[in-house]
Design a protein around this ligand. Structure first.
Ligand SMILES: Nc1nc2c(ncn2[C@@H]2O[C@H](COP(=O)(O)OP(=O)(O)OP(=O)(O)O)[C@@H](O)[C@H]2O)c(=O)[nH]1
Ligand SMILES: [Mg+2]
Length: 302
């Protein structure tokens, strides 16, 4: 029996639905999702099975015009993910179509290694009419010779089985890359930090989610089977600390509760989650913060 295995990088503009698709393919939430752009900051690998094929999906940060060091490191991580993959799938939002951002991505696709195979997935088809999909598919395929085009809804699951079946059949022959029961390659403390960052991003407005980072500082197993997890939320300004805490600490309390509930469900056991908010004006320029996020600090050099 031949087995196949390989890496499939999902790339696209911020908000295209890359993390939603990763989670659907894996069948579990391994990557955080919000309605806001630039949610994913580093490469997140999620492992899926398709028959005898093991597909390692590489969720990447969105591709956009970077301004800050963090932005540049994120975009570099996305490009690196695409360059290392056996197959690249470009996600384009059906209802937004050929945006300037999509055009920029298309212009740079020829920079991928010659061996890379590239497919197109027009996502969020639940938000558009069939007629617009056909003209968008044509415009995109005129701009780049995609090997295949899929029309999908990552959220609703339309077309995603076809895409998965194709990927499973097209990956190179070879043994599994991860143990059978592994679904992600992110350390648990990072998954826990990401869950908290998701809740913060959903709850806080404007620039604030982009000016904070979350780290799991300690993880202690307890005899009763539960675990105590301590996290730090780094913010860049004093004023931000007050907003994250909220009136009488209500905001951070609600965030902590939501994160804890999700974590308990994910781990299937009781968790005691403690959060501290620290002001650290220069965290966006600290190498250690980047390695904690799974990013390369040097990639942020302009
Ligand atoms: N209607 C609809 N919404 C979708 C679909 N796929 C994703 N979304 C929504 O689009 C938003 C962004 O989804 P994400 O999966 O976080 O997008 P992303 O590409 O990972 O975004 P970044 O990490 O910021 O680059 C979320 O609100 C999703 O629920 C879809 O097929 N249909
Ligand atoms: Mg994402």
């Amino acid at each position: 029996m031949t087995t196949r295995a390989g890496f499939v990088a999902l790339i696209g503009e911020p908000n295209a639905g890359k993390s939603t698709l990763t989670n659907r393919m894996v069948g579990a939430k391994v990557s955080i999702v919000t309605h806001k752009v630039q949610t994913t900051r580093a490469r997140i690998r999620g492992v899926a099975l398709e028959g005898t094929a093991q597909i390692v999906f590489v969720d990447t940060p969105g591709l956009f015009q970077p301004r800050r060091r963090l932005d540049r490191a994120m975009v570099a991580a996305a490009r690196g993910g695409a360059a290392d993959a056996d197959i690249v799938v470009l996600l384009v939002e059906a209802h937004r179509g050929m945006t300037a951002g999509v055009k920029t991505i298309l212009d740079r696709l020829p920079d991928l290694p010659k061996t890379a195979r590239v497919a197109l997935a027009i996502n969020k088809i639940d938000r558009t009419q069939a007629e617009t999909l056909l003209s968008l598919s044509k415009a995109l395929n005129d701009a780049y010779p995609f090997e295949r085009t899929f029309m999908i809804s990552a959220e609703k699951g339309h077309g995603t089985e076809d895409l998965k079946a194709w990927l499973g059949a097209e990956l190179p022959e070879g043994p599994r890359l991860y143990p059978e029961d592994q679904i992600a390659d992110l350390p648990l403390r990072m998954i826990a930090a990401e869950m908290t960052r998701e809740k913060l991003t959903l709850r806080l407005h404007q620039e604030l989610p982009y000016q904070l980072t979350v780290e799991t500082e300690s993880w202690q197993e307890r005899d009763d089977g539960s675990a105590r997890i301590d996290q730090v939320i780094y913010v860049a300004r004093d004023g931000h600390k007050g907003i994250v805490l909220g009136h009488k600490g209500e905001t951070v309390k609600a965030i902590s509760k939501a994160a804890r509930e999700e974590l308990e469900e994910f781990l299937g056991r009781k968790i005691h989650l403690f959060m501290q908010v620290k002001v650290r004006e220069k965290w966006l320029e600290e190498a250690e913060r980047y390695s904690e996020m799974g990013l390369d600090f040097k990639d942020g050099n302009s």
